[in-house]
Write a protein that binds this ligand. Structure first.
Ligand code: PRP
Length: 173
């Protein structure tokens, strides 16, 4: 079977959304030094675009979480790569590429909450609400996507396509 890519969102639309999200974050975090937490691997491109638009004394760290969304909706997960920055008392903003079932983010937010941050918010550039199994509050939400397999802008299929600047639907032929 071969795969076919169908364009969903071009880079100009994506960058306009990143700018809109950055403006809101910039306003809300005035006077603060947020800790921006990217979730590996998918968020690395969005995070890089977002932080370069923020004029704040921010710090960046990464975390990698593996969820078990396929088999259950309890939000169980494993932290594969922990943060290297202390979270207690920090204004933490989690930056995610996509929220799908919600299992990964639900689990990650609970994990971070236990570390007693001063505040904890979530920014996700893509959201597939029709796939949700576990509720997740997205404070800064970009595009709502239909239930299609998407690649590009950090998102992969078997680790491929992450580097594509636009967002594509991947279809089997
Ligand atoms: C993707 C994405 C989210 C998660 C969302 O990561 O980056 O972290 O899935 O899915 P969920 O809402 O159903 O939990 P993935 O596990 O594919 O790893 P990756 O970021 O390394 O591609």
């Amino acid at each position: 079977m071969t795969a076919r890519l169908r364009p969903l969102l071009d880079r100009e639309k994506i960058q306009a959304m990143v700018e809109a999200l950055a403006q809101r974050i910039q306003q809300d975090y005035q006077g603060k030094s947020p800790l921006i937490v990217g979730t590996l691997k998918g968020s690395f491109i969005f995070l890089a675009d977002l932080v370069r638009r923020l004029d704040l004394p921010l710090e960046v760290d990464f975390v990698q979480v593996q969820s078990y969304a396929g088999t259950e909706s309890s939000g169980r997960c494993r932290v594969v790569l922990p943060l290297s920055t202390p979270v207690r008392g920090r204004d933490v903003l989690v930056v995610e590429d996509i929220v799908d079932t919600g299992a990964t983010l639900n689990c990650l937010m609970e994990y971070l909450k236990r570390k007693r941050p001063a505040s904890l918010r979530l920014c996700a550039i893509f959201d597939k609400p029709s796939r949700r199994k576990v509720p997740v509050q997205i404070d800064y939400r970009g595009f709502e996507l239909p239930d299609e397999f998407v690649v590009g802008y950090g998102l992969d299929c078997d680790q491929r396509y992450r580097h594509l600047p636009d967002l594509w639907a991947l279809e089997e032929e």
